[in-house]
Write a protein that binds this ligand. Sequence first.
Ligand SMILES: [Zn+2]
Length: 328
Amino acid sequence: MFGLITNVDMKYINNILKQNVPLFVELFNAHEYKDDFGHSPEWNEEMEQWLSFVKSINPTWYESNKSRVNTEKQRDELLGEYKSLYYFGKILGCKITQFEPAGNNNKKNDYAFYDKGNEEWYTEVKSPSWRGEVSKEINSSYLDKLKQNIVITESWPECKAEITCPNCSNVIEIKLSSFEFKQEEVYEIIKKTLCNKCKKNIWHFSENERAKLKKERLSKPQFINGEGRSYSDRDAVEDAVKKSVAQFAKGRNNLLFIPHNMFAGIGTGLFTAMNGGTTVMEVVKKYDPEGIITCVCLLDVQLDEKGIKFIPVFVPILKQPLVNNEKL
Ligand SMILES: [Zn+2]
């Protein structure tokens, strides 16, 4: 979370150190994340609860997971698992019975628990990943802008062109393999081009701007709900179903758990709005014709003035775990 340390970041670091979140600090402190992870005291405190719960029920497993936080994606996947363990084990008070139980063939599931009717449920947690899509989209929009700025000056025998430096407006000569303007090749050239006047790499020049934009987009619900969305809630469910079907053993209670990525800001009930579960049912029918998945649970965790709220949506394919929802 402390990639490029600016004064603003220092303030966050100091705040975190002042907060009573020792496990959070221990686990994430040394990592350089490029998103705004760690900047919300409320979320940090909430995550501390998840970490503390998981550590209390299985300290050995907790220790062995400490290396799974190097990238934003790994971190979010691990937190997805912890969040779901916290939800079933702590909030609903179900007994967690196994960690990484054997699944199909040589594959493992994430964990198993007993519901209130003493039935055991094998659980796979699949966290949707929007982050990579946002990043790719923003990068290519910047590459496109630079590409549009290329003017071919000579097309034969050699293909020469000019590109204007976005920093100092100096005109830089570049060479292309042909005047066909192949996108991948042009992108590669742009990424390597140095301005001979200001000495800046024309692609790295926009790095801070792009990072800022990514951070903004990832914290705005408009990204997911609005235009330009390339990764939908249906895609997220499809990915999760396809991957988990291969991992579950047949003939057991298999629960696919899909946590909402809190930093993507999907917003209230987007999953719920998937036609009251009909879309989830359709997806499962399409990718799980053998009926291996018993139930899908979508969980949204939200922060409002009153604090953190867990908002689960159970979509029973055959049935759903018996849980006590009264406390919610
Ligand atoms: Zn320049």
